[in-house]
Design a protein around this ligand. Structure first.
Ligand code: UDP
Length: 401
């Protein structure tokens, strides 16, 4: 599998990756997150774990267990970290979080590993199991730059027990965290079914499957059904566009097993869509990688109108496929899109509509931006770079530096 990456990166970079990995032979690594399917973290681990093994580093992946009451609390934490001011964590929430944390402590055996990556806040409490000599890394995938302070204080108790933390972008690094913080942006895998090239026939099959008209321009947003992705805002922008332009809107989404709000948001979106035959709200099984790939390739313009976003892998996925992306001027989206070069950064529904209209009207600009977008991902957001950054960090922690 590794050699196949030489199609996308130069031989020197590949060799570098192998050399760094050689230094880590014998080190056993564990990744822990909260879902096997759905969302960007699972998406990355699905490819990262086998690649690390292929590089000769024994790597395992575990998922914490929890019932609805646990995931309701972790979703509340997720929302509070993004949008302070909502209903705070209460006594019972804390007890529920701790109860499931201790259940997972006995369920997940971290002892045999030298390095443990804990992804996001849900499994953070596992740190109580840390053994002497182990290196524990908290990999934060979300924007914690303006959290509800009480919620952050609760999490910080755990965070400070780690050896290092990793954030997507410098703005997310929390001041006052007493452990070393590193900045490593995430990545997409060009060999994943989600991103590899597809035959035209397959793309047409997907059009037929969902009843999408291949002759009419397509505006696409791919996201879990989550209010922070603002699907309703996208529909409003589309309605402004439709006053002047013929186009279809595709909102492709799914539910993640660790997100109890998905179904409710899905229903809200369906209601707002109403009976517009040009709006497609597709609720896909979480592993519909090739369908998502086809939709991204078929799109005329891709939108990501999130209200908060850790990174937004979907942005790089679409850019890799040569699409101009119109994305909110926030978090990781701002790091991927170069405004006016690979797509546009927007701050409002009206701004989104304006940029969609501009791109629908100008094929040449779309193509040029699409080419730039592909290059940007190739240089900055591929899994090989991401993996090398992880291995260098692990290597420096083990060396004590
Ligand atoms: N995704 C998917 N099916 C869907 C919605 C999303 O496969 O219906 C994938 C998407 O292609 C991307 C990941 O889930 O790889 C979402 O990652 P992102 O960082 O954009 O957002 P998150 O869900 O982690 O907040």
């Amino acid at each position: 599998m590794l050699e196949e990456y030489s199609r996308f990166i130069d031989e020197g970079s590949l060799l570098e990756l192998q050399k760094v990995a050689e230094r880590l032979r014998g080190v056993k690594v564990l990744h822990v997150n909260s879902t096997k399917l759905g969302g960007g973290v699972a998406e990355i681990l699905y490819r990262m774990v086998p690649l690390m093994n292929e590089l000769g580093i024994e790597t395992h992946w575990e998922v914490i267990k929890g019932d609805l009451d646990f995931f309701k609390v972790t979703k509340k934490i997720h929302n509070l970290l993004h949008l302070p001011g909502e209903e705070k964590l209460n006594h019972e929430d804390v007890i529920t979080y701790m109860k499931y944390t201790y259940q997972n402590v006995s369920y997940i055996d971290t002892d045999p590993f030298d390095v443990i990556f804990i992804h996001d806040p849900q499994p953070l409490g596992l740190i109580v199991k840390k053994k002497r000599g182990q290196k524990w890394i908290w990999r934060c995938h979300i924007d914690v730059s303006t959290p509800d302070e009480e919620t952050w204080k609760f999490l910080e108790m755990f965070v400070n027990g780690y050896d290092a933390s990793i954030f997507h972008i410098p703005e997310f690094v929390r001041e006052g965290v007493s452990i070393p913080a590193f900045v490593i942006p995430p990545s997409i895998d060009p060999l994943h079914d989600k991103n590899r090239e597809l035959k035209e026939d397959y793309v047409h099959h997907v059009f037929n499957k969902f009843g999408i008209d291949p002759e009419k321009p397509i505006v696409l947003q791919v996201s879990r059904f989550d209010r922070l992705k603002d699907p309703i805002g996208v529909i409003e922008a589309y309605r402004i566009v439709r006053r002047r332009y013929e186009c279809q809107l595709v909102l492709a989404g799914s539910f993640a097993s660790d997100d109890p709000e998905g179904e409710e948001v899905y229903r809200e979106v369906l209601e707002v869509k109403g009976d517009d035959p040009d709006v497609f709200v597709l609720n896909l099984p979480p592993n519909s990688h090739m369908e998502i790939n086809a939709l991204q390739r078929a799109a005329t313009v891709v939108v990501q109108k999130s209200i908060r976003e850790g990174f937004g892998l979907v942005v790089s996925e679409a850019m890799w496929k040569g699409k101009p992306v119109i994305g909110s001027n926030i978090g990781g989206i701002r790091r991927q899109i170069i405004n006016g070069v690979t797509g546009y950064l927007i701050n409002s529904i009206e701004g989104t509509a304006f940029r969609i209209k501009q791109l629908l009207a100008d094929e040449k600009r779309r193509e040029e931006m699409g080419r730039n977008a592909h290059e940007r991902v190739k240089h900055s957001f591929l899994i090989t770079r991401h993996l090398k950054d992880y291995l260098l960090l692990v290597s420096s922690l083990i060396d004590g530096g």
